[in-house]
Design a protein around this ligand. Structure first.
Ligand SMILES: NC(=O)c1ccc[n+]([C@@H]2O[C@H](COP(=O)([O-])OP(=O)(O)OC[C@H]3O[C@@H](n4cnc5c(N)ncnc54)[C@H](O)[C@@H]3O)[C@@H](O)[C@H]2O)c1
Length: 338
């Protein structure tokens, strides 16, 4: 396998998961970029990256270093323009979620992906969790009659104060949906299929003093065949609760699932150890899952072998389309944005 020269833009909380994934897949981190150079220098020290250059201007880094790939780990509003700049230079991109925060940005990224010789991947790593893969197979076999996804997490003032972009419409692009609950909604649409219509309500119930985006959202999604599935997410819980899925399959089986547990009609069928802190892939918070290293390894295998990656732009786009549609619904039944 070729050793790729990989650059990382954005050296905050999630960047360690990327650096760890790049190194454990056998590739080289060739440069880092952050508008706060101390953040990059901290990573160089922590991960023993040696004498590599630090940039504050990502375009300058792309032009001078000409990396094989770049990982984008910056605030949400920067994802789309950074993807476009890299893809136009035929540099492979692994972009953190969400792929973008507006339909205009989405069209620009997908166009750049189509016109580029390089590959775009989106970091929705929960698609690689063992229990989620099991559920996908089970649902493919048994079909869906109804489904529910639940996210109840705690994000307090200290969390929102940890980055100026957090909690802002301009830079985060939304609240609990576009940031924390995105992974769960992405999985739900993967299990149930993209809906044609939805009704959604979003509100800021407990964070009015510190953020301008939603801390709570509910949505009902309708498939063309009339099957409905439902979603609830909040950032105002008093502790992080396990993410939950519930399904009734087309043949009447009742499924309950978290990252660790799956039961079918009350019987335990699979227990995953994939979120154990003892897992060698584990870097960062448990709620982020363990998929980063697995996803990064898969991305480079696909680039090397010229195979399609599991989450290209078109797959990262789906959950963004759903979330932007939720923000436009205001309690009305609307078509899913395309
Ligand atoms: N996949 C996951 O489970 C997961 C988990 C956490 C975060 N994330 C995503 O990762 C991204 C970053 O989140 P975070 O928690 O690390 O944020 P953060 O605020 O901790 O880090 C962002 C970094 O980007 C830098 N930055 C800002 N503007 C820049 C620019 N123009 N050029 C270069 N660097 C710039 C900041 O200085 C900061 O160091 C977000 O998209 C977030 O949603 C994903």
């Amino acid at each position: 396998m070729k050793t790729f020269r990989v650059a990382v833009i954005g050296c905050g909380a999630i960047s360690g998961n990327h650096i760890n994934g790049i190194l454990s897949a056998g590739h080289k981190v060739c440069a880092l970029c952050d508008i706060v150079p101390e953040n990059a220098k901290e990573n160089i020290e922590k991960y023993g990256l040696g004498d590599i250059p630090v940039y504050t201007d990502y375009k300058e880094m792309l032009d001078r270093e000409k990396p094989d790939s770049v990982h984008i780990c910056t605030p949400h509003y920067l994802h789309a323009p950074m993807c476009v700049e890299a893809l136009q230079r035929n540099i492979n991109v692994l972009c953190e979620k969400p792929l973008c925060i507006s339909i205009e940005q989405l069209h620009a990224v997908l166009r750049a992906e189509k016109e580029s010789k390089a590959k775009l991947g989106v970091c929705q790593q929960n698609r690689y969790e063992k229990n989620m893969l099991w559920l996908m197979d089970f649902i493919k076999e048994h079909g869906i009659r109804s489904a529910l996804g639940l996210v109840s997490w705690k994000r307090d003032e200290a969390y929102y104060a940890s980055g100026e972009w957090r909690g802002t419409i301009q830079e985060e692009g939304g609240g609990v949906m576009i940031n924390q609950a995105l992974h769960t909604l992405d999985l739900l649409q993967l299990f149930c299929g993209m809906p044609t219509h939805l009704i959604s309500h979003v509100s800021n119930d407990y964070h009015k003093d510190c953020i301008e985006v939603e801390d709570t959202a509910v949505a009902h999604f309708e498939r063309e065949d009339g099957v409905r599935y439902h979603f609830y997410a909040t950032n105002n819980a008093t502790a992080d609760l396990p993410v939950q899925f519930q399904f009734v399959t087309a043949d009447g089986k009742k499924v309950f699932a978290t990252n660790n547990i799956i039961t079918v009609d009350g019987e335990l069928v699979s227990v995953s150890d994939s979120v154990s802190p003892a897992n060698p892939h584990m870097v960062g918070k448990t709620v982020w899952g363990t998929g980063h290293a697995i996803l990064i390894n898969d991305f480079y295998t696909c680039v090397q072998e010229g195979k399609p990656f599991r989450i290209p732009g078109s797959e990262g786009a789906k959950v963004v389309q759903l979330i932007l549609s939720m923000y436009h619904s205001h309690g009305n039944r609307i078509k899913t944005m395309l």
